[in-house]
Design a binder for this molecule. Structure first.
Ligand code: RIB
Length: 292
């Protein structure tokens, strides 16, 4: 069983559906409002656990009722939460999501996720060191990502950096990561001084650019490869990237080849969009394998 540590955000998603996305200064009437567990870190932890991995989440929640719901959701999905400690006098992270016109818009309020600091993560050093792979995203402080990249390099634990949401990333983090999975927009911000083709060639078998319905692009040392995705009827694309990253990590930790790992991850991500909510459609191992 693949042993995975996820270091990242845990939030509650506050989701409204509307036929129209409001413009600046505009008010529109929506159709529904739902709260569902989310946060890129938590989503990746839950997705990896559903795919059969032994997952430890390293994160924080607020000392509030949303925090309790987030913790309960981890437990229901068999994610270890010894290192998801409530922060006193601080709210849980929230993501304010509008689903309209076939896509989402998201505003994230990090709140307790700002307390996933290097000192806090250090408490989980033993778990991190004994992981087959570590997953991290960018809804936590940048200095924590630098710190985690250093300890992963020091103890030779592969680090998968999902650089979302987009921001510039330190050279040392790029060097220390084993795998980096931006979408095209995130890649353009990370590698702003070079073209996508140059970035792919600079980081063979390390940089995997997700291109939505087009598939996933990487350079295998000899040529650019695009692993196509699967066509499905999408209900909600929220969490598709998280499912991709989790499934990619699970497959890599199990020793699958890079191309097979991307294929497995594409299949899992395509299933995830067929239901509402970031975690609603995340598939089990069996569901992915039946479809492959
Ligand atoms: O990647 C999807 C996630 O991004 C949502 O669940 C939301 O919490 C935002 O952080």
């Amino acid at each position: 069983m693949a042993k995975i540590s996820v270091i990242g955000s845990s939030s509650m998603d506050l989701v409204v559906t509307s036929s129209k996305r409001p413009g600046a200064g505009e008010t529109v009437l929506g159709e529904s409002f739902t709260t569902v567990p989310g946060g890129k870190g938590a989503n990746q932890a839950v997705a990896a656990a559903r795919l059969g991995a032994d997952v430890t989440m390293i994160g924080r929640v607020g000392d509030d009722h949303l925090g309790q719901q987030i913790l309960r959701n981890f437990e229901e999905n068999h994610v270890h939460i010894n290192y998801v400690k409530p922060v006193t006098h601080m709210e849980s992270g929230t993501a304010h999501i509008v689903l309209a016109e076939g896509d989402n818009s998201i505003v994230v309020v990090k709140a307790a996720n700002n307390e996933v600091t290097p000192a806090y993560v250090e408490e989980a050093l033993d778990v991190i060191r004994s992981s087959d792979i570590v997953l991290i995203q960018q809804e936590i402080p940048a200095e924590t990502i630098v710190y985690v990249s250093e300890i992963c390099a020091k103890y030779q634990v592969p680090l998968l950096l999902n650089p979302a949401p987009a921001r510039e990333v330190e050279e040392s983090v790029i060097a220390n990561a084993a795998y980096i999975t931006p979408n095209e927009h995130e890649a353009a911000i990370m590698f702003k001084d070079m073209s996508l083709q140059e970035a792919l060639r600079k980081y063979p078998n390390k940089l995997f650019v997700t291109e939505g319905s087009n598939g996933v692009r990487f350079f295998d040392g000899e040529q650019e490869v695009v692993v196509p995705t699967y066509k499905v009827e999408a209900v909600d694309t929220t969490g598709a990237g998280d499912t991709f990253n989790a499934a990619f990590a699970v497959a890599l930790a199990e020793g699958k080849s890079l191309a097979d790992s991307v294929k497995f991850a594409n299949r899992a991500a395509s299933l995830s969009v067929t239901k509402f909510g970031a975690q609603g459609g995340m598939p089990t191992r069996r569901e992915v394998e039946e479809q492959l």
